[in-house]
Design a protein around this ligand. Sequence first.
Ligand code: GDP
Ligand code: MG
Length: 458
Amino acid sequence: AEVNKDDLRSPICCILGHVDTGKTKLLDKIRQTNVQGGEAGGITQQIGATYFPVEVLKEKIAPIDPEEKQVFKTPGLLVIDTPGHESFTNLRTRGSSLCNIAVLVVDIMHGLEQQTLESIRLLRDKKTPFIVALNKIDRLYGWQATPNGGFRDSLAKQNKSTQNEFDTRLQATIVAFAEQGLNAVPYYNNKNFAKNVSLVPTSAHTGEGIPDMLQLLVQLTQERMAASLMYLSELECTVLEVKVIEGLGTTIDVILSNGVLREGDKIVLCGLNGPIVTNVRALLTPEPLKEMRVKGAYVHHKLVKAALGVKISAPGLEKAISGSRLLVCTDDDDEEELKDDVMSDLKDLQRWISTSGKGVCVQASTLGSLEALLEFLKQGKIPVSGIDIGPVFKSSVRRASTMLDKGHTEYACLLCFDVEIDKEAEKLAGEMGVHIFSKMTIYNLVDDYKAFYDNLME
Ligand code: GDP
Ligand code: MG
Protein backbone atom coordinates (compact mmCIF):
# COMPACT_ATOMS: atom_id res chain seq x y z
CA ALA A 1 0.00 0.00 0.00
CA GLU A 2 1.03 3.56 -0.62
CA VAL A 3 2.46 5.21 2.47
CA ASN A 4 0.96 8.58 3.21
CA LYS A 5 3.56 10.64 5.05
CA ASP A 6 0.89 12.98 6.40
CA ASP A 7 -0.75 10.13 8.22
CA LEU A 8 2.23 9.24 10.38
CA ARG A 9 1.81 9.75 14.08
CA SER A 10 4.49 10.25 16.72
CA PRO A 11 5.23 7.84 19.53
CA ILE A 12 4.44 8.97 23.05
CA CYS A 13 7.06 8.89 25.78
CA CYS A 14 6.50 9.22 29.54
CA ILE A 15 9.12 10.14 32.11
CA LEU A 16 8.81 8.68 35.58
CA GLY A 17 10.85 7.91 38.66
CA HIS A 18 11.52 8.93 42.25
CA VAL A 19 11.18 12.56 43.27
CA ASP A 20 14.30 14.73 42.72
CA THR A 21 16.00 12.32 40.35
CA GLY A 22 15.91 15.03 37.64
CA LYS A 23 12.82 14.24 35.55
CA THR A 24 11.88 17.89 35.06
CA LYS A 25 15.47 18.99 34.56
CA LEU A 26 16.08 16.38 31.86
CA LEU A 27 13.05 17.54 29.94
CA ASP A 28 14.12 21.17 30.35
CA LYS A 29 17.52 20.28 28.98
CA ILE A 30 16.05 18.58 25.92
CA ARG A 31 13.82 21.59 25.34
CA GLN A 32 16.82 23.92 25.13
CA THR A 33 17.88 24.48 21.54
CA ASN A 34 20.43 26.60 19.81
CA VAL A 35 17.88 27.87 17.38
CA GLN A 36 17.09 31.48 18.08
CA GLY A 37 13.75 33.20 18.06
CA GLY A 38 10.25 32.19 17.21
CA GLU A 39 9.23 28.70 18.02
CA ALA A 40 12.45 27.10 19.24
CA GLY A 41 13.34 24.71 16.44
CA GLY A 42 9.77 23.64 16.01
CA ILE A 43 9.47 22.35 19.57
CA THR A 44 5.89 22.93 20.53
CA GLN A 45 4.58 23.18 24.01
CA GLN A 46 1.23 21.47 24.19
CA ILE A 47 -1.24 20.71 26.88
CA GLY A 48 0.59 18.46 29.33
CA ALA A 49 3.13 17.50 26.71
CA THR A 50 6.03 18.74 24.59
CA TYR A 51 6.47 17.83 20.96
CA PHE A 52 9.96 17.32 19.52
CA PRO A 53 10.01 17.17 15.72
CA VAL A 54 12.59 15.02 13.95
CA GLU A 55 14.74 18.06 13.07
CA VAL A 56 15.24 18.78 16.75
CA LEU A 57 15.96 15.14 17.57
CA LYS A 58 18.55 15.09 14.76
CA GLU A 59 20.26 18.16 16.13
CA LYS A 60 20.36 16.65 19.62
CA ILE A 61 21.65 13.30 18.46
CA ALA A 62 24.33 14.85 16.17
CA PRO A 63 27.20 14.62 18.72
CA ILE A 64 27.05 10.82 18.52
CA ASP A 65 25.81 10.60 14.94
CA PRO A 66 27.78 13.21 12.98
CA GLU A 67 27.11 11.51 9.67
CA GLU A 68 23.38 11.44 10.31
CA LYS A 69 23.09 7.71 9.85
CA GLN A 70 20.09 7.40 12.14
CA VAL A 71 16.92 6.72 10.16
CA PHE A 72 13.74 8.37 11.39
CA LYS A 73 10.44 6.74 10.57
CA THR A 74 8.17 8.95 12.64
CA PRO A 75 7.56 12.71 12.50
CA GLY A 76 8.85 13.28 16.03
CA LEU A 77 8.41 12.37 19.66
CA LEU A 78 5.71 13.49 22.05
CA VAL A 79 6.91 13.61 25.64
CA ILE A 80 4.34 13.77 28.38
CA ASP A 81 5.27 16.70 30.56
CA THR A 82 3.75 16.13 33.94
CA PRO A 83 6.42 13.76 35.14
CA GLY A 84 5.44 11.38 37.86
CA HIS A 85 2.99 8.59 37.89
CA GLU A 86 -0.01 10.84 38.34
CA SER A 87 0.09 11.12 34.60
CA PHE A 88 1.46 7.68 33.92
CA THR A 89 -1.20 5.86 35.89
CA ASN A 90 -3.71 7.84 33.90
CA LEU A 91 -2.42 6.56 30.62
CA ARG A 92 -4.08 3.29 31.19
CA THR A 93 -6.46 2.60 28.35
CA ARG A 94 -6.32 -1.08 27.66
CA GLY A 95 -4.45 -2.41 24.69
CA SER A 96 -3.50 1.10 23.92
CA SER A 97 -0.63 2.92 22.37
CA LEU A 98 -0.97 5.68 24.92
CA CYS A 99 2.51 5.41 26.28
CA ASN A 100 4.69 3.69 23.73
CA ILE A 101 7.88 4.00 25.71
CA ALA A 102 9.00 5.32 29.07
CA VAL A 103 12.14 6.73 30.63
CA LEU A 104 12.65 5.67 34.23
CA VAL A 105 14.97 8.20 35.83
CA VAL A 106 17.32 6.96 38.56
CA ASP A 107 19.80 9.12 40.48
CA ILE A 108 23.15 7.38 40.07
CA MET A 109 24.18 8.60 43.53
CA HIS A 110 21.07 7.11 45.19
CA GLY A 111 20.23 3.98 43.24
CA LEU A 112 16.74 2.53 43.32
CA GLU A 113 14.40 4.40 45.64
CA GLN A 114 10.83 3.82 46.75
CA GLN A 115 9.08 5.49 43.83
CA THR A 116 11.53 3.82 41.44
CA LEU A 117 10.20 0.48 42.61
CA GLU A 118 6.64 1.70 42.31
CA SER A 119 7.37 2.90 38.78
CA ILE A 120 8.89 -0.45 37.83
CA ARG A 121 5.73 -2.16 39.01
CA LEU A 122 3.55 0.16 36.94
CA LEU A 123 5.69 -0.32 33.85
CA ARG A 124 5.53 -4.07 34.23
CA ASP A 125 1.78 -4.12 34.78
CA LYS A 126 1.29 -2.15 31.61
CA LYS A 127 3.99 -3.99 29.69
CA THR A 128 5.47 -0.68 28.64
CA PRO A 129 8.97 -0.87 27.18
CA PHE A 130 11.30 1.43 29.09
CA ILE A 131 14.87 2.60 29.36
CA VAL A 132 16.64 3.83 32.48
CA ALA A 133 18.33 7.22 32.57
CA LEU A 134 21.07 6.90 35.18
CA ASN A 135 21.10 10.60 35.88
CA LYS A 136 23.44 13.06 37.64
CA ILE A 137 26.69 11.53 36.37
CA ASP A 138 28.23 15.00 36.71
CA ARG A 139 28.14 14.46 40.45
CA LEU A 140 30.71 11.67 40.27
CA TYR A 141 33.84 12.89 42.01
CA GLY A 142 36.14 14.78 39.66
CA TRP A 143 33.77 14.63 36.69
CA GLN A 144 34.94 16.77 33.77
CA ALA A 145 32.06 17.82 31.59
CA THR A 146 31.78 17.82 27.81
CA PRO A 147 28.52 19.78 27.44
CA ASN A 148 25.83 17.91 25.47
CA GLY A 149 28.32 15.21 24.54
CA GLY A 150 27.84 11.53 23.97
CA PHE A 151 28.30 9.49 27.14
CA ARG A 152 31.06 7.15 26.01
CA ASP A 153 33.29 9.97 24.77
CA SER A 154 32.79 11.76 28.07
CA LEU A 155 33.59 8.70 30.14
CA ALA A 156 36.77 8.07 28.15
CA LYS A 157 38.00 11.56 29.08
CA GLN A 158 37.62 11.08 32.84
CA ASN A 159 40.36 10.28 35.32
CA LYS A 160 40.83 6.67 36.26
CA SER A 161 39.33 7.26 39.72
CA THR A 162 36.20 8.87 38.29
CA GLN A 163 35.82 5.99 35.86
CA ASN A 164 36.18 3.59 38.76
CA GLU A 165 33.52 5.36 40.76
CA PHE A 166 31.21 5.18 37.77
CA ASP A 167 31.84 1.45 37.43
CA THR A 168 31.18 0.83 41.10
CA ARG A 169 27.88 2.73 41.02
CA LEU A 170 26.88 1.13 37.73
CA GLN A 171 27.48 -2.35 39.17
CA ALA A 172 25.52 -1.50 42.32
CA THR A 173 22.59 -0.35 40.16
CA ILE A 174 22.73 -3.53 38.10
CA VAL A 175 22.59 -5.60 41.30
CA ALA A 176 19.64 -3.56 42.58
CA PHE A 177 17.76 -4.15 39.32
CA ALA A 178 18.61 -7.85 39.50
CA GLU A 179 16.93 -7.91 42.93
CA GLN A 180 13.81 -6.70 41.14
CA GLY A 181 14.16 -9.51 38.65
CA LEU A 182 15.38 -7.24 35.88
CA ASN A 183 18.45 -7.74 33.79
CA ALA A 184 19.89 -4.25 33.40
CA VAL A 185 22.85 -3.54 31.13
CA PRO A 186 24.56 -0.40 29.85
CA TYR A 187 22.73 0.30 26.60
CA TYR A 188 25.91 0.02 24.52
CA ASN A 189 26.32 -3.57 25.71
CA ASN A 190 22.67 -4.49 25.25
CA LYS A 191 22.32 -7.23 22.67
CA ASN A 192 18.69 -8.03 23.37
CA PHE A 193 16.41 -5.05 23.84
CA ALA A 194 13.33 -7.18 24.31
CA LYS A 195 14.90 -8.99 27.27
CA ASN A 196 17.27 -6.55 28.95
CA VAL A 197 16.69 -3.10 30.33
CA SER A 198 19.05 -0.47 28.92
CA LEU A 199 20.87 1.88 31.26
CA VAL A 200 21.78 5.28 29.79
CA PRO A 201 24.04 7.43 31.95
CA THR A 202 22.97 11.09 31.70
CA SER A 203 23.38 14.51 33.22
CA ALA A 204 20.53 16.97 33.04
CA HIS A 205 22.98 19.70 34.03
CA THR A 206 25.69 19.17 31.42
CA GLY A 207 23.51 17.48 28.82
CA GLU A 208 25.90 14.54 28.57
CA GLY A 209 24.25 11.29 27.60
CA ILE A 210 21.16 13.06 26.31
CA PRO A 211 22.15 12.32 22.68
CA ASP A 212 22.46 8.65 23.66
CA MET A 213 19.10 8.68 25.43
CA LEU A 214 17.25 10.27 22.53
CA GLN A 215 18.82 7.99 19.96
CA LEU A 216 17.88 4.97 22.01
CA LEU A 217 14.29 6.22 22.35
CA VAL A 218 14.04 6.72 18.60
CA GLN A 219 15.52 3.31 17.85
CA LEU A 220 13.41 1.46 20.37
CA THR A 221 10.11 3.02 19.42
CA GLN A 222 10.78 2.33 15.78
CA GLU A 223 11.75 -1.25 16.47
CA ARG A 224 9.21 -2.14 19.09
CA MET A 225 6.18 -0.20 17.95
CA ALA A 226 4.12 -2.22 15.53
CA ALA A 227 4.26 -0.60 12.11
CA SER A 228 0.52 -0.10 12.21
CA LEU A 229 0.84 2.05 15.32
CA MET A 230 2.84 4.56 13.38
CA TYR A 231 -0.12 5.49 11.25
CA LEU A 232 -3.17 7.49 12.12
CA SER A 233 -6.07 5.18 12.70
CA GLU A 234 -8.95 4.92 15.12
CA LEU A 235 -9.41 7.58 17.73
CA GLU A 236 -7.68 6.99 21.06
CA CYS A 237 -7.97 9.75 23.55
CA THR A 238 -7.60 9.96 27.34
CA VAL A 239 -8.56 12.66 29.81
CA LEU A 240 -5.48 13.71 31.80
CA GLU A 241 -6.96 16.50 33.86
CA VAL A 242 -10.19 18.33 34.49
CA LYS A 243 -9.55 22.04 35.01
CA VAL A 244 -11.59 25.17 35.54
CA ILE A 245 -10.18 27.98 33.38
CA GLU A 246 -11.26 31.60 33.69
CA GLY A 247 -13.39 32.51 30.71
CA LEU A 248 -13.73 28.92 29.55
CA GLY A 249 -15.38 27.19 32.48
CA THR A 250 -14.58 23.54 33.10
CA THR A 251 -12.23 22.18 30.45
CA ILE A 252 -10.51 18.83 29.98
CA ASP A 253 -6.87 18.34 29.09
CA VAL A 254 -6.55 15.26 26.94
CA ILE A 255 -3.84 13.28 25.23
CA LEU A 256 -4.91 12.35 21.73
CA SER A 257 -2.75 9.30 21.10
CA ASN A 258 -4.33 8.25 17.85
CA GLY A 259 -6.82 9.56 15.33
CA VAL A 260 -8.29 12.99 14.67
CA LEU A 261 -10.48 15.38 16.69
CA ARG A 262 -12.54 18.19 15.18
CA GLU A 263 -14.27 21.24 16.52
CA GLY A 264 -17.96 20.42 16.88
CA ASP A 265 -17.39 16.66 17.36
CA LYS A 266 -19.88 14.95 19.61
CA ILE A 267 -17.83 13.38 22.40
CA VAL A 268 -18.67 10.78 25.03
CA LEU A 269 -16.76 10.34 28.29
CA CYS A 270 -17.02 8.90 31.76
CA GLY A 271 -18.49 11.19 34.43
CA LEU A 272 -18.89 10.89 38.20
CA ASN A 273 -22.68 10.85 37.89
CA GLY A 274 -22.89 8.93 34.65
CA PRO A 275 -21.80 9.29 31.04
CA ILE A 276 -21.22 12.77 29.61
CA VAL A 277 -22.24 13.53 26.03
CA THR A 278 -21.34 16.97 24.71
CA ASN A 279 -19.98 18.82 21.69
CA VAL A 280 -16.45 20.18 21.36
CA ARG A 281 -16.69 23.96 21.52
CA ALA A 282 -12.96 24.57 21.11
CA LEU A 283 -9.72 22.66 20.66
CA LEU A 284 -6.91 24.61 22.27
CA THR A 285 -3.13 24.48 22.58
CA PRO A 286 -0.92 27.07 24.28
CA GLU A 287 0.48 29.97 22.28
CA PRO A 288 3.86 29.13 20.72
CA LEU A 289 6.88 29.66 22.97
CA LYS A 290 7.82 33.26 22.50
CA GLU A 291 10.03 35.41 24.65
CA MET A 292 7.03 36.74 26.47
CA ARG A 293 4.18 34.36 26.47
CA VAL A 294 0.89 35.84 27.48
CA LYS A 295 -0.31 33.58 30.22
CA GLY A 296 -3.46 31.73 29.35
CA ALA A 297 -3.46 32.63 25.66
CA TYR A 298 -4.51 29.76 23.39
CA VAL A 299 -4.42 28.86 19.74
CA HIS A 300 -7.74 27.51 18.39
CA HIS A 301 -7.76 24.54 16.05
CA LYS A 302 -10.46 23.31 13.69
CA LEU A 303 -8.84 19.89 13.62
CA VAL A 304 -6.03 18.17 15.52
CA LYS A 305 -4.15 14.96 14.71
CA ALA A 306 -2.41 12.52 17.02
CA ALA A 307 -0.20 12.46 18.87
CA LEU A 308 -0.71 15.61 20.87
CA GLY A 309 -1.93 17.16 24.08
CA VAL A 310 -4.92 19.44 23.69
CA LYS A 311 -7.39 21.29 25.87
CA ILE A 312 -11.06 20.76 25.09
CA SER A 313 -13.63 23.34 26.00
CA ALA A 314 -17.21 22.07 25.94
CA PRO A 315 -20.38 22.49 27.99
CA GLY A 316 -21.17 20.01 30.77
CA LEU A 317 -17.68 18.82 31.66
CA GLU A 318 -17.95 19.56 35.39
CA LYS A 319 -18.21 15.93 36.45
CA ALA A 320 -15.70 14.50 33.98
CA ILE A 321 -13.28 11.95 35.45
CA SER A 322 -9.54 12.09 34.84
CA GLY A 323 -8.32 8.89 33.29
CA SER A 324 -11.52 8.42 31.32
CA ARG A 325 -11.39 7.45 27.70
CA LEU A 326 -12.92 9.91 25.29
CA LEU A 327 -14.88 8.64 22.32
CA VAL A 328 -16.31 10.50 19.33
CA CYS A 329 -19.88 9.69 18.38
CA THR A 330 -20.46 9.90 14.63
CA ASP A 331 -23.77 9.43 12.81
CA ASP A 332 -22.84 5.78 12.33
CA ASP A 333 -22.35 5.12 16.04
CA ASP A 334 -24.83 3.95 18.60
CA GLU A 335 -24.66 6.59 21.33
CA GLU A 336 -25.97 4.25 24.03
CA GLU A 337 -23.27 1.73 23.23
CA LEU A 338 -20.55 4.36 23.51
CA LYS A 339 -21.97 5.53 26.84
CA ASP A 340 -21.82 1.99 28.22
CA ASP A 341 -18.36 1.67 26.84
CA VAL A 342 -16.91 4.70 28.62
CA MET A 343 -18.70 3.89 31.88
CA SER A 344 -17.40 0.34 31.87
CA ASP A 345 -13.97 1.61 32.96
CA LEU A 346 -15.47 2.82 36.22
CA LYS A 347 -17.78 -0.18 36.61
CA ASP A 348 -14.88 -2.58 36.07
CA LEU A 349 -13.28 -1.24 39.21
CA GLN A 350 -16.22 -2.50 41.28
CA ARG A 351 -14.78 -5.98 40.90
CA TRP A 352 -12.15 -5.07 43.47
CA ILE A 353 -14.78 -4.69 46.16
CA SER A 354 -14.72 -7.51 48.69
CA THR A 355 -17.74 -9.80 48.60
CA SER A 356 -17.58 -10.12 52.38
CA GLY A 357 -18.77 -6.54 52.71
CA LYS A 358 -15.82 -5.82 54.97
CA GLY A 359 -12.87 -3.63 54.08
CA VAL A 360 -11.42 -0.14 53.89
CA CYS A 361 -12.80 2.63 51.69
CA VAL A 362 -10.56 3.94 48.96
CA GLN A 363 -10.59 7.27 47.20
CA ALA A 364 -8.31 8.57 44.43
CA SER A 365 -8.06 11.44 41.98
CA THR A 366 -8.29 9.52 38.73
CA LEU A 367 -9.46 6.23 37.29
CA GLY A 368 -5.88 5.21 36.70
CA SER A 369 -4.58 6.01 40.16
CA LEU A 370 -7.61 4.33 41.76
CA GLU A 371 -6.90 1.19 39.78
CA ALA A 372 -3.20 1.25 40.71
CA LEU A 373 -4.07 1.68 44.38
CA LEU A 374 -6.60 -1.15 44.28
CA GLU A 375 -4.09 -3.49 42.69
CA PHE A 376 -1.59 -2.62 45.36
CA LEU A 377 -4.09 -3.25 48.15
CA LYS A 378 -4.92 -6.61 46.65
CA GLN A 379 -1.27 -7.61 46.71
CA GLY A 380 -1.18 -6.57 50.37
CA LYS A 381 -4.34 -8.65 50.99
CA ILE A 382 -6.20 -5.61 52.29
CA PRO A 383 -9.93 -5.90 51.56
CA VAL A 384 -11.88 -2.97 50.12
CA SER A 385 -15.54 -2.21 50.78
CA GLY A 386 -16.01 1.04 48.87
CA ILE A 387 -14.37 3.11 46.14
CA ASP A 388 -14.77 6.66 44.90
CA ILE A 389 -13.09 9.28 42.75
CA GLY A 390 -12.59 12.94 43.60
CA PRO A 391 -12.54 15.00 46.84
CA VAL A 392 -13.55 13.46 50.16
CA PHE A 393 -16.85 14.76 51.49
CA LYS A 394 -18.94 13.75 54.50
CA SER A 395 -20.72 11.01 52.58
CA SER A 396 -17.42 9.14 52.13
CA VAL A 397 -16.76 9.36 55.86
CA ARG A 398 -20.23 8.06 56.66
CA ARG A 399 -19.75 5.14 54.33
CA ALA A 400 -16.45 4.22 55.99
CA SER A 401 -18.09 4.53 59.41
CA THR A 402 -20.45 1.63 58.69
CA MET A 403 -17.48 -0.64 59.46
CA LEU A 404 -17.64 0.60 63.05
CA ASP A 405 -21.25 -0.60 63.31
CA LYS A 406 -20.04 -3.97 62.11
CA GLY A 407 -17.37 -4.03 64.81
CA HIS A 408 -14.46 -3.62 62.40
CA THR A 409 -12.50 -0.61 63.65
CA GLU A 410 -9.55 -1.78 61.56
CA TYR A 411 -11.55 -1.14 58.38
CA ALA A 412 -13.23 2.11 59.41
CA CYS A 413 -10.64 3.88 57.29
CA LEU A 414 -10.46 6.04 54.22
CA LEU A 415 -7.34 5.57 52.14
CA CYS A 416 -6.96 8.70 50.03
CA PHE A 417 -4.52 9.09 47.19
CA ASP A 418 -3.94 12.55 45.76
CA VAL A 419 -7.37 13.95 46.67
CA GLU A 420 -8.55 16.95 48.64
CA ILE A 421 -10.28 16.39 51.94
CA ASP A 422 -13.13 18.69 52.80
CA LYS A 423 -12.72 20.36 56.23
CA GLU A 424 -16.19 19.30 57.38
CA ALA A 425 -15.50 15.74 56.32
CA GLU A 426 -12.28 15.72 58.30
CA LYS A 427 -14.08 17.03 61.37
CA LEU A 428 -16.80 14.41 61.03
CA ALA A 429 -14.22 11.65 60.69
CA GLY A 430 -12.62 12.79 63.95
CA GLU A 431 -16.00 12.72 65.72
CA MET A 432 -17.01 9.36 64.35
CA GLY A 433 -13.67 7.60 64.79
CA VAL A 434 -12.97 7.08 61.10
CA HIS A 435 -9.28 7.19 60.23
CA ILE A 436 -8.29 9.13 57.14
CA PHE A 437 -4.96 8.24 55.53
CA SER A 438 -3.87 10.68 52.88
CA LYS A 439 -0.63 10.42 50.94
CA MET A 440 0.84 11.36 47.60
CA THR A 441 2.47 7.99 47.03
CA ILE A 442 0.70 4.67 46.99
CA TYR A 443 3.51 2.97 48.89
CA ASN A 444 3.40 5.37 51.80
CA LEU A 445 -0.36 5.21 51.92
CA VAL A 446 -0.48 1.44 52.13
CA ASP A 447 2.45 1.31 54.57
CA ASP A 448 0.72 3.79 56.88
CA TYR A 449 -2.41 1.73 56.85
CA LYS A 450 -0.53 -1.49 57.52
CA ALA A 451 1.23 0.10 60.50
CA PHE A 452 -2.14 1.22 61.86
CA TYR A 453 -3.61 -2.24 61.33
CA ASP A 454 -0.70 -4.07 62.97
CA ASN A 455 -0.77 -1.67 65.90
CA LEU A 456 -4.49 -2.26 66.41
CA MET A 457 -4.20 -6.02 66.17
CA GLU A 458 -1.37 -6.30 68.69
P1 GDP B 1 12.27 15.72 39.63
O1 GDP B 1 11.61 15.78 40.98
O2 GDP B 1 12.61 14.32 39.28
O3 GDP B 1 11.52 16.42 38.55
O4 GDP B 1 13.69 16.43 39.82
P2 GDP B 1 14.16 17.86 39.30
O5 GDP B 1 14.32 17.89 37.85
O6 GDP B 1 13.27 18.89 39.91
O7 GDP B 1 15.60 17.91 39.96
C1 GDP B 1 15.79 17.81 41.36
C2 GDP B 1 17.10 18.45 41.76
O8 GDP B 1 18.18 17.74 41.21
C3 GDP B 1 17.24 19.88 41.25
O9 GDP B 1 17.91 20.62 42.23
C4 GDP B 1 18.10 19.72 40.03
O10 GDP B 1 18.85 20.88 39.73
C5 GDP B 1 18.99 18.56 40.41
N1 GDP B 1 19.41 17.79 39.23
C6 GDP B 1 18.62 17.24 38.30
N2 GDP B 1 19.35 16.62 37.36
C7 GDP B 1 20.65 16.77 37.72
C8 GDP B 1 21.89 16.35 37.16
O11 GDP B 1 21.97 15.67 36.12
N3 GDP B 1 23.03 16.69 37.84
C9 GDP B 1 23.00 17.40 39.00
N4 GDP B 1 24.13 17.69 39.59
N5 GDP B 1 21.84 17.81 39.54
C10 GDP B 1 20.67 17.51 38.92
MG1 MG C 1 9.68 17.37 38.63
